[in-house]
Write a protein that binds this ligand. Sequence first.
Ligand SMILES: [Mg+2]
Length: 258
Amino acid sequence: MSPAQLAAEIRGHRELLLMSDYDGTLVPLAPRPELALPGEGLLNLLRQLLRRPGLHLAIISGRPVTDLRRLLPVPGLFWAGLHGSQVAGPDGVVVNLIPEPSGDIPWPKIFHLARKTAAGTPGFLVENKGEGVALHYRLAEPAAAAAALRQFRCDLQPFLPCGLELLPGHKILEIRRRGINKGLAVTYFTRLWPQALPLYLGDDRTDEDAFAALPAGGLAVGVGSRFRGRTRYYLDSAAAVNQFLELLIKDDRELTPA
Ligand SMILES: [Mg+2]
């Protein structure tokens, strides 16, 4: 659907809870995570959106909250990092949503195994998230990447009983604590603003947990090829998401009496 069609679906709602993934949804996917930077245009859009009365905005990502805060230094924004393990609001206080303490997962060992895989295969990048590890292989040769990932999965076998979960995404393999997913963050934010119409935008498999956690009436908006023909609400790229956000600002100007 077009950004205008999606904007029309929510027109007239006085209070909106807008939740969005970051990579591949607000900004296009980049070869390396540190290259997926927001342009000044996106930062301006978010600043203007947050001036709209009755609009709450939360970014829900696999990245740590500290990373999201640095990327999107926008007053009034809420963040959820590490797939819903932690949330933070404008006051900067980070709330941990992990149901149990996570001291039993040997993250340094898992990081070491990931580094070993990356060292043996050109084009692999390892992201150490503290409470999680991600292997990025957008720059690796596909057959070599598949072989390295097979070996890595074998190496990880002894650690799976610790409560790990492996999540393949867009040229990324995430290792995270089982039971942690973006749905936790969606539940947290929809309870904060139960009267608002919730809408979630996401482009990857991890966003399906967020879609599933939306309360009745919430809009699950799939972004990009993964969701084409699969979700009722759909935008085809990060550029279309940005156009949709622009329309929300424009709608507000038109609906608000001068
Ligand atoms: Mg994404």
